[in-house]
Design a protein around this ligand. Structure first.
Ligand SMILES: [Zn+2]
Length: 80
């Protein structure tokens, strides 16, 4: 039996976006950071992140997506 190195489990990355990070489109709290091939970083809220996701990926951006946190917050009964 061979011991294989398993890939790193896909756990959620440590949140690196916080209240100070704001959507470039509307100023709401950002949950998605897009790093363009040029190195430019763009921040988007959940709404605009979803709206621009396809075109960002099409432009070759790498996305740091924390929009899961929005879903978690809702499922935890946050707000209501
Ligand atoms: Zn927005």
């Amino acid at each position: 039996m061979e011991t294989t190195t398993r890939p790193v489990p896909s756990i959620a990355p440590a949140p690196s976006l916080n209240l100070a990070d704001r959507c470039d489109s509307c100023g709401a709290q950002a949950f998605l950071r897009a790093t363009m091939p040029s190195g430019t970083e763009l921040l988007f809220c959940g709404h605009h992140g979803n709206a621009h996701r396809a075109s960002l990926l099409g432009a070759g951006a790498s996305l740091h997506d924390e929009t899961d946190r929005l879903t978690i917050a809702r499922e935890s009964g946050f707000g209501g």
